[in-house]
Write a protein that binds this ligand. Structure first.
Ligand code: G6P
Length: 486
């Protein structure tokens, strides 16, 4: 029989992250749960739903100073698979820890945008305090045998706070964004303390070998730990930490199934017809400067300028999902994107047919798949990205059909998706040439490439990912069938 990992080990899984599967909103009718949009959430949710246990996360609501734990809700709401344990942050912590340290310092730093990183001692202290607060919530809701699976940069030093009170806990960390080269990480004034906090975990996962290598170098050079590069293991303070490259996958069957639903297929045909023209190019991203949306628009502009035969024949549809809308850098970027869309459309609209369409909203999953199905080509061209799930979702939605994926070499997924076309997002000329190559590609080549991409994405799906993580974490004890089944 298929047994969840935690049950095999006679313990419970406790997933810990900053953002959880939903955000709670206070309304006159009571507390409403709204699903969250994030790469981490789409990846971890299927695993927790199947494994059961507890998910400890900030639910977007604020509490007073000294108030730590919020509500405990069975999820999904119509039947318990896991319990969502809400963590409450004070408004000041939201500003200093979330918007300040996480979004203003760690996020740009890990994506190699050093000049955008703000180093502020008060924000760092708030970050430490919130990590300690999370530990306090964990001790309230988890037993000594429970397995702590901590996610992402928001909670990098939580392993240290867990160990302080429970030295023998089983703690693993997964880092969902890039881990930068050591000389970039070292710029952060608290790099050593942060690394030492991370080194208290027993396993750390990354999306690619490059990030593993960068992390190992940092552990050696910045934290002074002993590193065995052949086993990807760090020895520090009498403990050992194993690093593993485990690129996250998607729930393949979900996308395949949705792409075959009549309603979704009809919607795709409608999108296609309304877009007009012969070719539909698609971009789907959170509105974030790491995603290269402006650079992509420049490539479209270059294409329309230098390949006039495509004018009036192609439509580029950019879906920008609202994200971190309270932050000035994101508001500025939104204005610049809107200016660029206006400029290109002002120049290249013919017979009132605009070449660039732009939506600033999030889409439901069926709607998203309909857009994937409708597009001849997906432009996934981030300047830097931990992995990028859109690339995988586009392929899964079009498997068995045609469709071209243009992928940035700076997305973590590029290491796995070798049959995609690639272009440097900083080079509009190259990107335009690759788009044209994709549009003119013979059908047989499109099919061959898509089939090869599908094979990897299907094999290395979300279940594969969790299997890899749990085997790296527990070795033999975790072998056998995985709990996360379709
Ligand atoms: C992206 C990254 C995740 C990260 C999340 C944070 O989705 O892939 O690793 O946790 O951003 O976004 P948030 O909206 O919570 O700031």
């Amino acid at each position: 029989s298929i047994k969840p990992l935690a049950a095999k080990l006679n313990s419970r899984l406790v997933v810990v992250s900053n953002r959880g599967s939903c955000t709670f909103v206070d309304s006159p009718q009571g507390i409403k749960a709204v699903p969250s949009v994030s790469g981490l959430v789409s990846a971890v949710e299927p695993v927790v739903s199947q494994e059961g246990g507890t998910w400890v996360a900030w639910g977007g609501r604020c509490g007073r100073e000294g108030e730590f734990a919020g509500i405990s809700v069975p999820m999904p709401e119509n039947g318990q698979k896991y319990v969502f344990q809400e963590v409450l942050l004070t408004p000041e912590e939201v500003t200093l820890y979330y918007e300040g340290f996480n979004n203003g310092c760690l996020w740009p730093l890990c994506h190699n945008f050093v000049e955008k990183s703000v180093f502020n001692e008060e924000e760092w202290q708030a970050y430490r305090k919130v990590n300690e607060k999370y530990a306090a919530v964990l001790f309230k809701c988890a037993g000594p045998r429970d397995l702590f699976w901590v996610h992402d940069y928001h909670l990098a030093i939580l392993p240290a706070y867990i160990r302080r009170q429970r030295p023998y806990s089983r703690v693993s960390l997964f880092w969902h964004i890039p881990f930068p080269p050591a000389e970039i990480f070292a710029v952060m004034p608290w790099a050593e303390e942060m690394l030492k906090g991370m080194l208290e975990a027993e396993l750390i996962g990354f999306h690619s070998r490059k990030y593993v290598r960068n992390f190992l170098h940092s552990a050696e050079e910045i934290a002074g730990a002993e590193v065995d590069y052949s086993n990807e293991t760090v020895y520090w303070s009498g403990r050992q930490l194993k690093a593993v490259a485990a690129p996250i996958g998607i729930n393949w069957l979900d996308f395949e199934k949705l792409a075959g639903e009549g309603e979704v297929v009809r919607k795709a045909a409608q999108i296609r017809q309304e877009a007009g023209g012969e070719y539909l190019l698609l971009g789907v991203d959170r509105l974030d400067y790491t995603k290269g949306i402006l650079e992509r628009l420049r490539a479209i502009e270059w294409l329309l300028e230098n390949y006039p035969q495509y004018r009036n024949r192609l439509t580029f549809l950019q879906i920008a999902v609202p994200s971190r809308t309270g932050t000035a850098a994101y508001q500025r970027l939104k204005r610049r994107i809107e200016e660029a869309v206006g400029r290109i459309n002002g120049k290249y609209t013919e017979n009132y047919r605009v070449p660039v369409k732009y939506l600033f909203r999030s889409l439901s999953k069926p709607d998203l798949v309909a857009h994937y199905l409708a597009a001849d080509m997906a432009l996934v061209t981030p300047l830097k990205d931990g992995l990028n799930l859109v690339a995988k979702e586009y392929v899964a939605s079009n498997a068995g059909d045609v469709g071209v994926l243009l992928l940035s070499p700076f997305a973590g997924a590029a290491g796995q998706l070798k049959e995609a076309l690639t272009a440097n997002p900083y080079n509009p000329r190259e990107m335009a040439a690759r788009i044209v190559q994709g549009l003119e590609m013979p059908v047989a080549e499109k099919k061959r490439r898509l089939a090869a991409l599908s094979k990897v994405i299907r094999e290395q799906d979300i279940h594969w990912w969790w299997r890899k993580v749990r085997q790296s974490w527990f070795g033999d004890a975790a072998r056998g069938k995985v709990a996360v089944s379709p």
